[in-house]
Design a protein around this ligand. Structure first.
Ligand SMILES: [Zn+2]
Length: 240
């Protein structure tokens, strides 16, 4: 096998290792983002629930004000009733009292129902807060693990890059340019072995001429179909 290609194959191994680590790092980012999204949703739900509770409370306070006015009015009507002299006056005051009493009952019922609504909202809020706390805890736990692994990955990548840099001194520059051009679309499979007389990148059968060149010479051979650099595996026979 061509020595330049041999060196370049090591470069490809490094590039593949870097790509795998970067992919893992990307997956960690996605997982972390997923948890953050769920937390964000819970935050929104919590905010909405609190706003709804505030609205109920406002309504309740308003109706309590109305009820206080009504009770005050009833007191006044009671005095008026006691001081009424004519039958007509009495009748009029009694009607007013009836109306005020109906209002009082309606308001009291409404306030009671609003109190029930508030209790239900409180329960919702409590549940949401518990879930939120739980999620924050999960995030913290994962974040520690994520950050640790991220740090490891970054160190590993730096190490590989350093090794790669050193190796690049031994790689033919022109060949490296070709490799990097190929790498833009092959994604780490620019140099592939020949297996069962086919290019292991695009799986096209190779012509006997190309196979002969690979077998007998030290030349760098490109797959006529996909353009990848080909090499013959050295270890065992071609029963692959
Ligand atoms: Zn090919």
């Amino acid at each position: 096998m061509n020595q330049d290609l041999k060196n370049l194959l090591k470069v490809q191994d490094f590039d593949q290792a870097i790509a795998r680590l970067e992919e893992e790092r990307e997956k960690i980012e996605q997982k972390e983002q997923k948890i953050l999204d769920v937390i964000g949703t819970k935050e929104m739900q919590l905010k909405t629930a609190k706003e709804e509770k505030d609205a109920i409370l406002k309504d309740k306070l308003f109706k309590e004000g109305l009820l206080a006015d009504t009770l005050e009015n009833l007191k006044k009507l009671d005095i008026k009733l006691n001081t009424s002299t004519s039958e007509k006056q009495l009748q009029a005051v009694n009607i007013e009292i009836e109306i005020a009493k109906t209002n009082k009952n309606v308001l009291e019922e409404k306030i009671l129902s609003l109190e029930e609504d508030m209790d239900a909202k409180d329960k919702d809020i409590k549940e949401l807060e518990d879930r939120y706390t739980q999620l924050q805890k999960t995030l913290e736990e994962h974040k520690t693990k994520f950050n640790e692994r991220r740090r490891e990955i970054n160190v590993e990548i730096e190490e590989i890059k350093l090794n790669k840099e050193q190796l690049l001194n031994d790689v033919d520059k022109e060949l490296l340019v070709k490799y990097e051009k190929l790498n833009k679309w092959t994604k780490g499979t620019s140099i592939v072995p020949v297996r069962k007389d086919a290019c292991y990148g695009c799986f096209m059968k190779l012509t006997p001429q190309i196979l002969t060149i690979l077998e007998d010479t030290d030349e760098i051979v490109y797959c006529p179909n996909c353009g990848r650099m080909l090499y013959k595996e050295e270890s065992d026979d071609d029963n692959g």
